[in-house]
Ligand binder design. Structure first.
Ligand code: URA
Ligand code: SF4
Length: 189
């Protein structure tokens, strides 16, 4: 028996491997069934998530719940986590070294243990972490790609970050269209 998802979740809560541990109130390991078919990957915890230790529990999370409904998914059936597990100061984007340390130690293991059939990359940072390179999300949103990650070939569905939609109606509409596409994709896997 190797390490299980709950062991990882426990280790993340006390992790001090990168500078992001210093200002956090709570690390946010992730939440959902440990055999979920679908994993959702965000960027990093925000203020509400840091206070509660729960992923996507603020405004972006409320919109994410609406999007999940469009895809025919319930929050209880997906595993939701972030690229880095601790909140960056002032919600800045996580830095490359923080992403490397955190994903190497935790996300890779979460993916190997949960083995989701599909991962939804929410935004640029999640896409970069999974694909190992920057992609223009405006060109790739709503599309499926395959990538090697953690020694597995993953099916990744690319879309915007739901927080981006809080600033613009256009992105909001595009996200809804992408999650309607995701509903179709899920019927084929
Ligand atoms: N934004 C993220 O990327 N993740 C969360 O958990 C909340 C907001
Ligand atoms: Fe550890 Fe990741 Fe938090 Fe950094 S962001 S302290 S690597 S759990």
């Amino acid at each position: 028996m190797g390490i299980a998802t709950e062991d990882l979740e426990r280790r993340i809560k006390t992790c001090t491997l990168c500078r992001l541990h210093r200002l956090r109130k709570n690390a946010v390991p992730g939440e959902g069934p440990h055999d979920a078919r679908v994993m959702l990957l965000g960027e990093a915890p925000g203020r509400n998530e840091d206070l509660r230790g729960v992923p996507f529990c603020g405004a972006a999370g409320k919109f994410l719940d609406e999007l999940l409904g469009i895809a025919g998914l319930r929050r209880e059936e997906v595993y939701i986590t972030n690229t880095v597990k601790c909140r960056p100061p002032q919600n800045r984007a996580p830095l490359d070294d923080e992403i490397k340390i955190c994903t190497g130690k935790y996300l890779k293991k979460q993916v190997k243990l949960i083995k989701p059939e599909l991962i939804v990359a929410l935004g640029r940072i999640a896409a970069k972490a999974l694909l190992g390179k920057e992609i223009p999300i405006t060109a790739y949103h709503g599309k499926m790609v395959k990538a090697r990650f953690a020694g597995l070939t993953l099916s990744i569905f690319l879309t915007y970050h739901p927080a981006a939609a809080l600033y613009g109606a256009k992105t909001r509409l595009k996200l809804k269209e992408d999650f309607a596409k995701l509903a179709e994709v899920l019927k084929t896997i």
